[in-house]
Every structure is written in C-alpha cells, then in structure tokens.
Design a protein around this ligand. Sequence first.
Ligand code: PSU
Ligand code: MN
Length: 301
Amino acid sequence: MIDITFSPEVADAKAENRPIVALESTIITHGMPYPQNVETARKVEETIREAGAVPATIAVIGGRIHAGLTDAQLEDLGQTKDCAKLSRADIAACIATGGTGATTVAATMICAHLAGIGVFATGGIGGVHRGAETSFDISADLNELAHTPVTVVAAGAKAILDLPKTLEVLETNGVPVIAYGQDDFPAFWSRSSGMTAPLRMDTAEDIANAQKTRIAMGLPGGQLVANPIPVSDEIAAEELSPIISAALSEAEDKGIIGKAVTPFLLQRIFELTEGRSLEANIALVLNNARLAATIARSLTA
Ligand code: PSU
Ligand code: MN
C-alpha cells in the first residue's frame, strides 16, 4: 500500500475513529484566484471543525500524498502558478516522479479512499461538457464516482456543463445523485437547474446509511450529494447565462482543449462577473463543508 502523509490532526482523528472530511486542492489552484483561494480553504477547514469533524485537504507534494496540509503548504499551493492538476490518469505518474500537484474531485476520491475517509466536500464537480458529442470532453470525475466508495458533497454542477447529459452519464454508471432537502437538482450558483434530481434525501443520516448500504451490498462507487446554495447567496441563472455563453465561445475561439477547459471557463466567469460569482462560490463551499461534516459524523456513529 502506498504511504500517505497525515497531518497530526488527521492522524489523531483516524486513531480515535473520529469523523473526517476530505477536501480537494484543485479548487485552490485552478478554481479560485489568490488570495481568496487560500482564505476560503482555511475557512472551509474551520467550518468543518466547528461542525465537529476534522478537515483533510488532499494534495500531492514532493511525490507523496498528503491528507491534511499545514498553513505553509496551503499558502504555497495557493500561490503556485501552473500547478499540475491531477486526476486518475496522471496522479500515479506524479507520485512516481516525485512531483507536486493539486487533486481534482476524481484524484481526491482516490486518495480519500486510500486514507480511509468516506466523505468529501467541494464546490462543483466536473461533468459532460457542452458539445461533448463532438469534443468527447467528459470529466473523469463521473467515472470515479462510479468506482470509488466516497460520498461527494457538491452544489450540483455549473451551467458551463451540459447538465442533462451529465445526469444521464451518472445514471448509466450507477451513481446515486441525491438532492439534499429539495426535489430539484441544483445548478451551482442557482438552487434549481429546472430538472428533478433522481433521488432526494432530507437528513445527513439517510445519506450516510445509503453509503453504508451500498458497501454492505458490495456495490462499488460513491454517491453525489447535490446541496443547493443558500437562498441568500443565489445568483439567478438568467443573469449568468450570457456570461457563460461568452466564456464558452472564447474558449472555442482560443482552441482550449483537454484539462485546460474547466480552469479557463472558471477564470473567465470570475473576471466577467467581477468577483460576484466568487462570493457565491465561497458561500456554497462552506455550506457543503457543513453538510459533509454532519454526514461524516453519521458515518462514524
Ligand atoms: N467545477 C467547479 N469548480 C472546480 C472544478 C470543477 O465548479 O474547481 C475543478 C474540480 O477540481 C473538478 C475539476 O474535479 O475542476 C474537473 O476538471 P475536468 O473538467 O478537467 O475534469
Ligand atoms: Mn475534460
């Protein structure tokens, strides 16, 4: 088994079987600008502690998987330009060559599972991109949810993606998509995508029990919990729609492909909304951290 470097806080929680919530690092390096990325990462960790669990931010540093980062490591990652963005395809190569990189949802699920952590909080997952019928651009996050037994709490998926196709691929791959506390599948900045989610649950306990049941049945794979953004932080879909369209056509004009697509779109939307999208993004991540901590407590209860 591969060695993992645990922070003292995470190592203690593991030894005492206390609840732990994994966190990804690509949201820090590619999802938000500096310094809000590092400030948010710290706030998310604090929110998880206040909710009675221990945060384990995951990254590969100097060829080793870390679960739980020091303040200096967070700050370093947050300031690194062109940091590697690691998914299932490249995480082993990065470790083998002694490299450093931030983990996406897919790579964080892999590391969380290796570290014995069953739940993970983030903002949005990767999905099926618009135009995927010609580009074939489908995030490895969806495949990971089908294979790795970790519950991922997100605020749905961004409208930069094709949401109906994203839900179809998740269904084909047998991934439970659970809206929390409402019928509709949320759409990141907005509470509703206009589509009904395949499943709905109203308590963290039900979500934890569903994961335990999948494991007891020998079903591989995780669950996607789609937690709507708080009402007070929501941005109307109509307001963002032209901005998203502009970012998408810029990406096409510039010939952006592969793993550069999602970071490019996120960056342009931050710029085009003059930071407004970022405030909402921070609020929903904190909201997801609280729910994930409650699920983690039910998982260890
Ligand atoms: N979507 C967001 N914010 C993010 C990401 C996606 O709203 O920060 C990041 C996550 O790390 C996710 C990754 O796992 O982008 C997906 O990248 P890709 O589409 O290249 O698979
Ligand atoms: Mn992609």
